[in-house]
Ligand binder design. Structure first.
Ligand SMILES: Nc1ncnc2c1ncn2[C@@H]1O[C@H](COP(=O)(O)OP(=O)(O)O)[C@@H](O)[C@H]1O
Ligand SMILES: CC(=O)OP(=O)(O)O
Ligand SMILES: [Mg+2]
Length: 407
């Protein structure tokens, strides 16, 4: 029997700090755009508490023994990702997987656009592991696991840092000696795939205002703000690493560098101990001593949970003022990612704190998770736009593969 002609598909993997999101999109070799999403899912959490869920795009839940095994191996583990990839391929019997796109958090100075992964590229990305210890090792482990299973399959790395690469020098520089800057120590910024997706989604929602002065609040387990002018990144709260800026699930956000010196000299913490403290034991978890998860904190009656949320909201307000200053004013505020899309309380408190900027919250719209949550008369509009990093990954991979085909 002649083999059936197969459609093309692109698989995408988005390994964040608290989850691995995955999806497959249909796309033909020369098409300008990816077609429909075929399936999607998520491994939420790591270790014993990891939960793995997947759905076809019509909403039908998917399951399978490999998926359960991947769950048992817990999330970021390379073997689990290998199992997951094998399972994904079997879910797509009518499709030939043409490529796998990965979110890679740090691209450093060199990678400012998506790139096909080669052994040389992988080595360069490896050197950036110290700059993104919560993410980069998992991103690269996934690439390696799939390369072992399917050595000829194109893998495409898409960078969280790339969207910010065009910022002005002043937005990127630290006031450190020049030779330190020349060694690559500067602000990079992250969550770029999310901001790029939102920038693309703005015109349909905001009309001409989309080209104005906009702050996007990506509030997930990692959290940052990005100032957009004409839909380009002008400034952002994360810096050299994804530690800077806002309070996050387990990360401290902005910190006087004198604290790091004090921890080392006076409290005798090693570099590894400081890294663990700042990346994994601080933020909402460190302040509340309860959880890094906003849902758990919002459900808790413990005053320490309330204090952690207070600090989270306070820091957003301060950083929002800073980005509004960088933009010379603000026309719109957009909420996205896990907390931004789902937490009415956080959105309400952030918007109330931004009243001085001219933002008036529409409480009913906020309660209803409406797309626009500011009043019609509000000078600054406020929005909730679900992000879609996975679609951005698929689009980048498709563009890169199509460019290769057409050469
Ligand atoms: N309904 C909800 N209410 C409040 N917070 C929520 C809700 N759903 C998800 N979150 C929060 O979103 C965060 C995870 O965001 P997400 O963007 O998925 O994370 P990641 O950075 O791993 O991609 C967690 O703090 C989680 O508690
Ligand atoms: C860069 C970053 O913090 O990513 P995430 O929010 O997915 O952890
Ligand atoms: Mg994320």
């Amino acid at each position: 029997m002649p083999a059936r002609a197969k459609h093309g598909a692109i698989v995408v993997l988005n390994a964040g700090s608290s989850s691995v999101k995955f999806a497959a999109f249909a796309c033909e070799p020369d098409a300008a755009e990816v077609a429909e999403r075929l399936l999607h899912g998520e491994i939420d959490g790591t270790g014993a508490s990891a939960k793995l869920v997947a759905w076809k795009d019509d909403g039908t839940p998917l399951s399978g023994e490999d998926l359960m095994a991947a769950e048992a191996k817990a999330g970021h583990d390379a073997h689990a990702l290998g199992l997951l990839f094998g399972w994904l391929k079997r879910q797509l019997p009518d499709h030939r997987v043409r490529g796998v796109a990965h979110r890679v958090v740090h691209g450093g100075e060199r990678f400012t656009r998506p790139v096909r992964v080669t052994p040389e590229v992988l080595a360069q990305l490896e050197a950036l592991v110290p700059l993104a210890p919560l993410h980069q090792p998992h991103n690269l482990a996934a690439i390696r696991a799939i390369a072992q299973m399917a050595p000829a399959l194109p893998q495409i790395a898409c960078f969280d840092t790339a969207f910010h690469a065009g910022q002005d020098w002043v937005a990127q520089a630290y006031a450190l000696p020049r030779h330190i800057r020349d060694a690559g120590v500067r602000r990079y910024g992250f969550h770029g795939l999310s901001y790029e997706y939102i920038a693309g989604a703005l015109p349909a929602r905001l009309g001409p205002q989309a080209e104005g002065r906009i702050v996007v609040a990506h509030l997930g387990n990692g959290a940052s703000l990005c100032a957009l002018r004409a839909r380009r990144s002008v400034a952002t709260t994360m810096g050299f690493t994804a530690l800077d800026g806002l309070v996050m699930g387990t990360r401290c956000g902005s910190l006087d560098p004198g604290v790091v010196l004090y921890l080392a000299r006076e409290m005798h913490l090693s570099p590894a101990g400081i890294e663990k403290l700042l990346y994994q034991e601080s933020g909402l978890l460190g302040v509340s001593e309860i959880s890094s998860d906003m849902r758990t904190l919002e459900d808790s009656a413990d005053p320490r949970a309330a204090a952690a949320i207070d600090l989270f909201v306070h820091r957003i307000g301060r950083e929002l003022g800073s980005l509004a200053a960088a933009l010379g004013g603000i026309d719109a505020l957009v909420f996205t990612a896990g907390i931004g899309e789902h937490s009415r309380t956080v959105r309400q408190r952030v918007c109330e704190g931004a009243a001085w900027l001219g933002l008036e919250l529409d409480e009913a719209a906020n309660q209803a998770h409406a797309a626009r949550i500011s009043t019609p008369g509000s000078r600054v509009s406020a929005w909730v736009i679900p992000t879609n990093e996975e679609l951005m990954l698929a689009r980048h991979a498709q563009a890169l593969l199509a460019a290769k085909n057409n050469r």
